[in-house]
Design a protein around this ligand. Structure first.
Ligand code: SAM
Length: 300
């Protein structure tokens, strides 16, 4: 229920660490993915007030805190010690301490450590508060220009060629856009594998060094991406998000290529029902079949 005298917006504007009846809280705090200014006022307040900051790399986080004039107690929590350290940190929160979890860049737990600590905290009944902010995949999608309502975030593909091919085979039929993270030394072979398995006619958005000095966002056909990257060695440097457009729904058996072509043309200009009816009148194909196909195309 809404509190009297306080708008719904105002209730959401509390900054910093809040007490929760003696127990502490776990704050999952997003930090910048490049530009140090990309951190919210709320995140800075939480980092300044937390009893302890669990950081993937204490030096990296120390630099961020120093940039914002915050001094804090830090403890390392990374992929090699998360399993052991999580229990210890949860015990401290239960005892009343508030802990902020950060990774080196972006949102903890997203292709980064943190999920294990969050799971254990939730299991222990600890309140977990997300402090949202930068994420490379969402930043890339927001500037991609790909008009797809849905996307699948995959993160890093396997490094070994056979496992990578198997992973891509499993993704081939997905209609939603596919979002990958990739390291610079693997970007060329990754793009080749994407084109080989998913088909060169799809679109790819190469989002490199987002929010940084050499930020580049390039869109092309998947089978042109390798040549574009090879053209200039600098294009293969830095951090990458790769977004590939989803699979096109195949025309169902029984619908001729001409019916499909006409339906697609009409669908681009007309409401679905009208497009199916007109396509049926023009081609002589069954209206129901065209309507079902039109629905599938709109879904895509
Ligand atoms: N937790 C992070 C997030 O929320 O985006 C992701 C961390 S993951 C270990 C690092 C990978 O994210 C990089 O290898 C790259 O694929 C992607 N990434 C991170 N920062 C980026 C940036 N500024 N530009 C492009 N990609 C970036």
């Amino acid at each position: 229920m809404e509190q009297r005298g306080k708008s719904r917006g105002a209730q959401r504007q509390d900054h910093g660490v809040q007490s929760s009846g003696g127990a502490g809280k776990l704050y999952v705090v997003a930090t910048p993915i490049g530009n140090l200014g990309d951190i919210s006022a709320r995140a800075l307040a939480v980092l300044a007030q937390a009893d302890l900051i669990a950081a993937e790399d204490t030096r990296t986080t120390g630099n961020l805190l120093a940039h914002h004039g915050i001094s804090a107690k830090l403890i390392a929590l990374h992929e090699h010690n998360e399993a052991q350290r999580a229990a210890e940190l949860v015990a401290r929160i239960v005892a009343g301490k508030s802990i902020a979890l950060v990774s080196d860049a972006g949102t903890p737990g997203i292709s980064d450590p943190g999920a294990l600590l969050v799971a254990q905290a939730r299991q222990a009944g600890v309140v977990v508060c997300p402090i949202p902010g930068a994420n490379a995949a969402i930043a890339a999608l927001s500037a991609s220009g790909l008009v797809s309502a849905r996307f699948l975030f995959y993160g890093f593909l396997p490094a070994k060629a056979a496992a990578r091919l198997a992973a891509l085979e499993a993704l081939r039929e997905h209609a939603c856009a596919l979002v990958f993270y990739e390291a610079p030394h693997r970007v060329m072979e990754c793009v080749a594998a994407l084109a080989g398995v998913l088909g060169g006619e799809r679109d790819i958005v190469i989002a490199r060094e987002l929010t940084k000095l050499f930020e580049t966002i390039h869109c092309c056909r998947l089978d042109e991406a390798g040549a574009w990257l090879a053209e200039d060695a600098n294009r293969q440097r830095g951090e990458f998000v790769l977004i590939v457009s989803g699979a096109q729904a195949a025309a169902p058996e029984g619908l001729s290529a001409e019916s499909e072509r006409i339906l697609r043309l009409l669908l681009a200009e007309l409401p679905l029902k009208q497009a199916a009816a007109l396509a049926a009148a023009i081609t002589g194909a069954r209206k129901n079949e065209l309507y079902a196909r039109a629905l599938a195309l709109r879904e895509d």
